[in-house]
Design a protein around this ligand. Sequence first.
Ligand SMILES: [Zn+2]
Length: 565
Amino acid sequence: MKTYILACITAFVCILAPDIFTTFFVATEETPYRWYSHYESLVFLAIITASIVAARSLPLKLCLMSLILFFQLTQLVHFSYYGTFYSQYSIGYMFSEMGDFIAGTQALLVLIWPSLTVCLLSAALIFAVLIYHHKTAKQPLTNIPAYMLCILMMFPLIKSLYHYNDYKPSAKQLAIRCGLYSWSSYFSMGYKTKDTKEYAPYTLSSQQPMVDNLVLIIGESANYQRMSLFGADRDTTPYLKSLVHSEQFHHQLAFSSSVATQYSMGYFLNGVYEPDNAIQMGSKGANLFKIAEQNGYEMHFLSNHTIGAQSQIYRYGQFHTWIDKSMDASQQWQYDKGLVDAYLKERGAKRTKQFVVLHTYNMHTPYTDNYPEDFQVFPPEGDDASGLLKGNYDNSLKYFDHTIEYWVDRLTKELDGTTLIVYVPDHGEKFQGDAQVSHAQHHKGSNGDEHKHAHNHGDGGWHGHGFLDIDVATVPIFAISVNGANHALDAFKSQLGCISSHYKIHHALASVLGTDIINPNQQEDTFYISGLSYYGAAGWIEGHFPEHEFLCNIRQQQMRTTSAY
Ligand SMILES: [Zn+2]
């Protein structure tokens, strides 16, 4: 009995250790990581440990413990990277963009290794204790508690098969518990759905198209604070910066509709305003491709992403060109720059009435994979992990700037008639310590609570994208008029507001293409940023433009700085 109790205590302490360690390693301001204030979590953990240690079958023992430790390791690694535990929606997102997910995780090992190491060390120790105790145990062991534990662990799954499941993990709980609930909710997703909220339908009316050609460049993981176009010290975007005072150029900031590629693309290209308007999303009634087709444009879609990122965009129309990275067997391009060459190769004789969408991948993690070596010009910004990432991100921006210059040059020569080139990123990219909007503003979550986001070491947040955070949704946009499209540029920018949103940009693009959209549900001052779901199930942020007007000044300041030269 004494060895059993000793083994239980050792295992219990070892399981708890990574959670405690992460508390110190990842200090959060606004959502304190207080597993210890939830006594039921500790009781839950004690029951788990006692049942597993008592199991007579060694494989059963090791399998159960592996499952428990899998929940813990994955949640703590996610936590040390994003500052939150993953939900069922994050799991869905991970499976749908597996390639991006693996690449991103590898690149961010520099941030997650402490949690990962502690989890693996404690796991090794736990398995050693289990095996040692199993071999030396004198008292009879029994599988009954372990079987009961299996049944107990099925409860969250069974429950979510019977009730609509809106589970959101809390950082105040143990990682193991959140892992169990998130996976249970993931497996039951779609069995029980919430009643669809009904909104008044959008109406569309036709006007005269404003341009002969519209080129929409969809950006990836764009951080305006790293761009010299928006005042960064390093000259990461010299070409774009040189255009600042041109009549043919406009740049500003906007909020993206979501925080991960596929959801942002879905909301943006379908022009859906309300985060839970499943009917509008499903109907694709205001889809930009549909609008372009109705107005007589020839459609070309070229993407450096694989198909997973495009699941909610319209492709039922008559596309002249539809190529994405997974389909490009001939490998016409390695980096983004080749997208325009591929477009020019694929398109027919028609040089006008073109609607071209170029879906870029550059600036996605791992940054170094998405630009040629010649662009490795900026050193890391400091010795830490974040400084290394910033250095590589800056190189990635330099390549982006070069790509845009090349594209504008080629498209100017190869397209006939007035052409508007518009750049809109899918979402931003957050760097540790660079929080701006979330620091300055409180905002409302979908549950109606005012909240601010968790901050790493109090210095402003987490790295990357894919988590619901207003900084991740703050993006730079720009537009360039070519061959006399200034009237279209003026009309376009007059619809944006000094700080814009994907939704407003979508409307402005639709009217450039010749269709005005009226949404009776729209509130002029309000915008939404959706979590990792198309229908609002993963929550959203409700923001108000007037509270963010300080962002309007960033562009003004930069224009003043560059005119001082
Ligand atoms: Zn993206």
